[in-house]
Design a protein. Structure first.
Length: 120
């Protein structure tokens, strides 16, 4: 499997591609950083995580964020496998992060990714 290298996609005369684990990690980053209706070719690609940042912090909101992340991974990143219980929302004052424990399906190696939702 191949994916675009993110954030440096282009050089002077070619497109930079990555493969295997790095491609799966880039696809995970892209789907979590994208907002739905942002990509014209596939308007359902991405998540609605940005709209949850202005809601009141409670248990229901945490479950909504976890469901959104889990659904996006299951639909758009089939190269990795995670369970809903392996997705954790971490709040620290004005910082909201999501920690995801997952494994690559090609060689079953585990990995972890943390995305800060309050940063662009």
């Amino acid at each position: 499997m191949y994916s675009f290298s993110w954030p440096s996609i282009f050089t002077a005369n070619k497109t930079i591609l990555v493969q295997d684990k790095e491609a799966a990690r880039n696809n995970l980053i892209l789907v979590l950083a994208s907002t739905k209706m942002e990509l014209y070719g596939d308007p359902y690609f991405g998540t609605n995580l940005k709209k949850y940042l202005y809601e009141q912090n409670d248990v229901v909101l945490r479950d909504l964020i976890i469901d959104e992340v889990y659904t996006a991974i299951r639909v758009f990143v089939p190269q990795i496998l995670t369970e809903r219980k392996n997705i954790t929302v971490i709040t620290d004052r004005n910082k909201v992060s999501v920690q995801i424990l997952y494994k690559y399906l090609n060689d079953s190696t585990p990995d972890m990714y943390t995305i800060d939702l309050t940063e662009d």
